[in-house]
Design a binder for this molecule. Structure first.
Ligand SMILES: *[C@@H]1O[C@H](CO)[C@@H](O)[C@H](O)[C@H]1NC(C)=O
Ligand SMILES: *[C@@H]1O[C@H](CO)[C@@H](O)[C@H](O)[C@H]1NC(C)=O
Ligand SMILES: *[C@@H]1O[C@H](CO)[C@@H](O)[C@H](O)[C@H]1NC(C)=O
Ligand SMILES: *[C@@H]1O[C@H](CO)[C@@H](O)[C@H](O)[C@H]1NC(C)=O
Ligand SMILES: [Fe+2]
Length: 459
């Protein structure tokens, strides 16, 4: 008996020594049902059309300028154009200010024509102030409110939500419900919104249902949009040859404020975070507009004002899942050196429908001939977070590559969302929540220390 125990002990010791030491990544053993869920049916409660003739629906807001002293409000009226005016003010019962917007419609394929899509930008707002606003004048008026982000500054706390590849299944509804309980101030949405294009003829009614579904959050706090492949809606067979048509008609971004020339790439500064949004599905090769813009944008980053540099991109640069493996590689080759030189703190991606967080790694010295093709630990490098686990109709990406690469710190094929709770210039607390658990359970977490203010710290 004692001998058997000794042998077991020796074997266990040998196994422990052979295991990758400090950097060993975790592949979570948690297994959820892989059953794919369809989109919620058109008559689901979350898609309900608001009561009242021509009632505004699909209300959503995003920053209207660089720092949140402007907010763009968007909404759809179904029957008639109605008014383009947003009334707003500090008191719900006395909306003393007004902003006039625009209205448009678009068609898609042979059978779809959108409702009347309105966009209006509220300007001259104060920082960190709650505004009440209302839309739908002339017919049915609906009222909402939002709080502007605080004035940018190095130690201004702010809590960002991170959601990607959400779609509109029952899982998506769980993700949104859990996100709402997080108490975060704004969402970095990492692309792939409605998955309308998974339906016949890219059924754009699914863009409408999606917008009604998420209104319960995005009418009250800004979501910052990154575009994914499901925003392309490129369908020559339907006569639709201009990519991003539904997205750009529906979801304005404040791209001009950061000197960008297209809505797909831009930056915003909220509290102590400088957020750069990149477009995986617009050209980014050398000399292209996006390439030129990013080069200039990185010079505008001032870590003494906004210490936290966060990059959002749909297709991941580091990801150890078989699904979409290396699709982000060309962009990584193009931009990784800049992002590491800039000491970005976090690069967020989606696209792969699972969750993964990396260690700080870079692969910036490979030049095809020198053989240095393996990512290495690098204190200047960002953490890569893959948050493509919103819960859409395509189901989970559950085929991880083995062995787990050294750069992968934690990975799990489940749906969920993450938050980044920025405390001050040096510390931010990061959490990932899987949907299966109660809203209070944290399945993965880490303290991130700031790359500019604590460059030698290993976290
Ligand atoms: C979606 O979630 C909300 C909030 O938890 C709930 O009230 C609603 O009934 C859910 N809808 C569906 C279709 O599951
Ligand atoms: C609404 O606000 C305006 C401007 O602050 C003020 O002059 C007016 O008296 C207010 N009306 C009510 C009913 O409170
Ligand atoms: C770490 O990143 C820096 C900044 O881009 C780079 O100069 C350096 O070569 C990288 N270190 C390694 C070991 O790759
Ligand atoms: C920053 O926040 C961290 C975490 O809450 C805390 O430990 C640290 O003392 C704070 N730094 C300063 C200068 O307040
Ligand atoms: Fe995607």
């Amino acid at each position: 008996m004692a001998r058997v125990l000794a042998v077991v002990l020796i074997l266990a010791l040998a196994a422990a020594c052979a295991a990758p030491a400090a950097r060993g990544g975790v592949t979570s053993t948690y297994r959820r049902s892989l059953q794919m869920l369809p989109d919620m049916p058109f008559d689901a409660d979350v898609f309900r059309v608001p009561a009242g003739f021509n009632a505004p629906e699909q209300v959503h807001i995003t920053l209207g300028d660089l720092t949140g002293r402007a907010m763009t409000v968007s909404w759809v009226t179904p029957k008639l154009p109605g008014s383009n005016v947003v009334r707003y003010g500090l008191r719900a019962d006395n909306l003393t200010l007004a902003a006039d917007g625009t209205v448009r419609r678009y068609t898609f394929g042979r059978n779809y024509r959108s409702g009347f899509i309105h966009h209006a930008t509220l300007t001259d707002l104060d920082y960190a102030t709650t505004y009440h606003y209302a839309v739908g004048f002339g017919y049915t008026v609906r009222s909402f409110s939002f709080t502007t982000p605080p004035k940018p500054g190095p130690d201004v706390p702010y809590k960002l939500g991170m959601i990607g590849d959400l779609g509109q299944t029952f899982h998506s509804n769980d993700t949104l419900t859990h996100y709402e309980a997080s108490g975060a101030n704004a969402v970095l949405f990492i692309g792939d919104l409605s998955y309308a294009d998974t339906h016949p003829d890219h059924d754009n009614n699914r863009w409408d249902t999606w917008a009604r579904f998420v209104e319960r959050s995005v009418a009250y706090q800004p979501w910052i949009w990154t575009t994914g492949n499901h925003e392309l809606d490129f369908a020559p067979e339907l006569g639709e040859t201009v990519p991003f048509k539904p997205f750009t008609n529906r979801y304005p971004t404040p791209f001009r404020a950061s000197g960008s020339t297209r809505p797909l790439w831009y930056s915003v500064r909220m509290a102590s975070a400088h957020v750069i949004v990149l477009a995986s599905y617009a050209s980014y090769g050398k000399y292209t507009p996006q390439w030129t813009w990013l080069q200039e944008e990185l010079k505008r980053v001032d870590r003494t004002v906004t210490p936290w540099l966060i990059v959002c991109v749909h297709s991941p640069w580091y990801n150890s899942n078989d699904y979409h493996y290396m699709e982000g590689e060309t962009m990584r080759v193009q931009f990784e050196r800049w992002v590491v030189d800039a000491k970005a703190d976090v690069v967020l991606a989606g696209h792969v429908h699972s969750y993964e967080r990396t260690h700080r790694v870079s692969n910036v010295n490979y030049d095809i001939s020198n053989g240095m093709a393996t990512p290495v630990f690098n204190r200047s490098a960002p953490v890569y977070v893959n948050i493509g686990d919103g819960g859409n109709i395509e189901g989970l990406a559950d085929k991880f590559r083995w062995p787990q690469p050294d750069y992968s710190a934690f990975r799990e094929a489940s749906f969920g969302h993450a938050t980044l709770d920025i405390k001050n210039r040096t510390h931010a607390y990061y959490e990932w929540h899987r949907n299966h658990d109660g809203v209070k359970v944290v399945a993965d977490h880490a303290w991130f220390t700031n790359r500019y203010w604590m460059p030698t710290d290993t976290n």
